[in-house]
Ligand binder design. Structure first.
Ligand SMILES: CC(C)=CCC/C(C)=C/COP(=O)(O)O
Length: 302
């Protein structure tokens, strides 16, 4: 028999996560069972994304969740918020297993936030395809995508560094180069760890990507935009209208990621936060004029 307490906890979660789903929790088509996958777009798909955004079957952890009939698998499985009566009976579980099935307040809050994130991101993805409601703005969004891409920023910085004829300029550009490399490294690391899939409505037609770029958390464009704009504002003397433009550019690049369907809102929000924080790291580890000069001379000798 399923534990009534467990079901009472689980139902509001399933409802919050898949407001458009007509399935009852625990039914074979229920969102919590994560069946289907693909880009279906109904509540069912969204809840599956919510539980880690991975294709069922691709991940052994998911396979465990889908095999509650095995007592071995039941034991160590992750608490499934939407588990319904057809899932593992709580009475048959060991004590610690039953406690796992009680989602914490933080868990509920996090799942609700992610459900809102998926819903909002889908609504805002108005340029995700040529036939989307704002599909005609897609070329402009792609231009913004290139303006925040790693390659133009890396090549541009390298070019300016080689052309620069002042030590002050070289110092700033060397630090910018390190900042861009640090950004690439940290984003790749987090993407590889979190492994959140890009939204189902995204078309994977991006300009030069790394292997981790099949994942979406955090948005590399958002981190770069925040990092570079903070860097520019701190190290270039610009008139106020230009400073405003730099900040606007960063926000528009971030927003365009969601409009293009490349990212969920939380990917971009965290990306902004990370990029902003990265600048603080760069500032803290700022390569001194002396070290920048030594590095530049060493590199030029090769
Ligand atoms: C190939 C190089 C040097 C950088 C890759 C830049 C890139 C494609 C980042 C992905 O950005 P989003 O995470 O915003 O989609």
């Amino acid at each position: 028999m399923p534990s009534p307490r467990r079901n009472a906890d689980a139902r509001p979660l399933a409802a919050a996560a898949s407001s458009s789903s007509s399935s009852s929790p625990g039914s074979p088509g229920s969102p919590a069972r994560g069946g289907g996958g693909g880009g279906g777009g109904g509540g069912r798909f969204e809840f599956q994304s919510l539980l880690g955004s991975r294709a069922p079957g691709a991940d052994p952890a998911c396979a465990r969740l889908r095999a509650p009939e095995s007592p071995v698998h039941r034991r160590g499985s992750f608490p499934l918020a939407g588990a319904g009566p057809s899932q593992a009976p709580a009475a048959a579980l060991p004590e610690e297993g039953r406690m796992d099935l009680n989602p914490s307040f933080l868990g509920i809050a996090l799942r609700s936030l992610l459900a809102i994130d998926l819903w909002l991101s889908k609504k805002l993805g108005v340029c995700a395809g040529e036939r989307s409601s704002w599909g005609s703005a897609r070329p402009l969004m792609k231009l913004l995508e290139i303006s925040g891409h790693g390659i133009p920023w890396l090549l541009g910085t390298l070019y300016c560094l080689l052309r620069s004829d002042s030590w002050a300029g070289r110092e700033v550009l060397t630090n910018l180069l390190f900042a861009l490399l640090l950004d690439l490294l940290l984003v790749a690391l987090i993407k590889g760890l979190v492994r959140r899939r890009r939204p189902a409505h995204n078309q994977m037609d991006m300009f030069v990507t790394l292997s981790v770029d099949k994942y979406s958390f955090p948005s590399g464009h958002a981190t770069r935009a925040a990092l570079v704009s903070r860097f520019i504002l701190n190290h270039l003397v610009l008139a106020i209208p230009l400073r405003v433009l730099v900040v606007l550019w960063a926000f528009i690049v971030g927003f365009s990621r969601v409009m293009l369907g490349r990212h969920n809102v939380t990917d971009v929000a965290f990306g902004f936060f990370l990029g902003y924080a990265q600048y603080s790291i760069v500032d803290y580890c700022w390569l001194s004029p002396h070290n920048a000069r030594v590095l530049f001379l060493l590199w030029n000798q090769q």
